[in-house]
Design a protein around this ligand. Structure first.
Ligand SMILES: Nc1ncnc2c1ncn2[C@@H]1O[C@H](COP(=O)(O)OP(=O)(O)O)[C@@H](O)[C@H]1O
Ligand SMILES: [Mg+2]
Length: 390
């Protein structure tokens, strides 16, 4: 298999990550190198900026086993279903190992299922590995047993060792990617010390590369850069930023050209001013504009105006807005009403309310702190839509 990709025309794509992201060569090179070194790495960036796409491309041509899972899927209200997470984690690790070691086998679906069914799948995989490949899987068995014997703690500790044990056994390297990692924090409520445990084990795993990522920028940063945190100075950070405006422009130009559309520079420039280098929105703009034969300024204006009415986008924004507490919502509304960026002077909540709201918005990566007292809503589409939906 070659290591370089053949040239393929660029296609605008919305709603799922791409494994051919535009202009992310630096980030991909760095991540690939960190994985090769087994250097734990964190990919930090706001929603829709392209974190998952960078990860997908970095591991695309990697032949050694790798798994990708998102901690977000195991959040239930304010708590975290650690048992399902660990069942999925070990099922994925096992099935990926089996796939690499014995490519002919059929592997049960493990990602979309939960609870009881997931445990059964795991049991099936363990049985399979024991019989077919004679792999000793005491770790997983202990974990499975622990539900009966109230020795869950021990089971957890053993599961964390699984990838390293298997990698040693078969002289392989393994890559583990956990997206939206900050949600694992919630597991500490029922399982205090989970991060300490993870770090103490992970730092000895010389055959496993750990990559985490997340969009709750503030929370994630605290996890790896605060002295009192278990993961302090553990991860090498890769920050994923918005496209610079010249990059956004060439992204759209190339996209339209590959789609066989002529464009007016002013049309593209208008879109870039409004969408501010967020790849997901640039793609959406691209998709909506290919219905114009020629992407003129008037086509671009129409498309941009239609973004505000678009139910798909309104739902995304509304869903995210609803998750916030009262203070955060008031702050978002206030900032949106002054064009997305400004001071919070004159806002109608108490000082402590402002502080609480700011903290939660910073933690979750929805606003950025500019110069003293000035805050900015990160996503221009959110900023634009909020006044029209609430
Ligand atoms: N560099 C890029 N080039 C082209 N499209 C991109 C790029 N980065 C992201 N996208 C697109 O934007 C959307 C969001 O990307 P994704 O990787 O899922 O972001 P994140 O994981 O940060 O939320 C996806 O539809 C993806 O295809
Ligand atoms: Mg993602």
């Amino acid at each position: 298999m070659g290591t370089h990709d053949l040239w393929v025309p660029m296609k605008f794509l919305f709603g799922m990550p791409t494994d051919e992201p535009y202009d992310r060569e630096e980030e991909i090179k760095t991540l690939t190198e960190m994985i090769r070194r087994k250097q734990p790495t964190v990919i930090v960036g706001v929603r829709r900026i392209g974190k998952t796409s960078i990860i997908l491309k970095s591991v695309k041509n990697m032949e050694s086993p790798k798994i990708f899972l998102s901690a977000k899927e195991f959040v239930e209200g304010k708590s975290f279903d650690l048992q399902s997470f660990l069942s999925a984690y070990s099922s994925l690790i096992l099935s990926e190992f089996l796939r690499v070691i014995d490519p002919k086998i059929r592997i049960p679906q493990t990602i979309k299922i939960r609870g009881r069914e997931l445990l059964d799948t795991l049991r099936e995989l363990v049985g399979y590995a024991k019989i077919r490949l004679n792999i000793p899987l005491t770790e997983v068995e202990l974990f499975l047993d622990s539900f009966k014997k109230a020795s869950f703690r021990e089971g957890v500790a053993e599961i964390i060792e699984l990838p390293q044990r298997l990698a040693e056994e078969f002289s392989l390297n393994f890559t583990i990617i956990i997206d939206e990692f900050q949600y694992l924090r919630l597991a500490s409520q029922n399982y205090p010390g989970i991060f300490h445990l993870l770090r103490s084990k992970w730092q000895l795993h010389d055959r496993v590369a750990y990559v985490i990522s997340g969009s709750s920028v503030g929370l994630l940063e605290r996890t790896f850069s605060k002295k009192t945190e278990p993961f302090y100075q553990f991860f090498y950070p890769i920050y994923v930023e918005r496209f610079r405006s010249d990059v956004s422009i060439s992204f759209l130009e190339q996209g339209f050209s590959d789609e066989g559309r002529e464009v007016e520079y002013d049309a593209i420039s208008l879109a870039v001013k409004e969408l501010d280098g967020i790849p997901a929105w640039l793609n959406y703009f691209g998709l909506k504009s290919i219905s114009c034969k020629r992407v003129t300024v008037s086509c671009a204006k129409k498309v941009l105006a239609s973004l505000n009415e678009d139910p798909l986008i309104r739902n995304i924004v509304l869903d995210e807005y609803r998750k916030f507490g009262k203070n955060a919502r008031i702050i978002l509304k206030f900032l949106a009403s002054v064009g997305g960026e400004g001071k919070l002077r004159g806002i109608d909540i108490s000082r402590s309310g402002v502080n609480e709201g700011i903290k939660s918005l910073l933690n979750d990566g929805y606003i950025e702190r500019r110069e003293r007292g000035v805050y900015k809503i990160v996503d221009p589409v959110i900023s634009k839509l909020i006044p029209t939906i609430v």
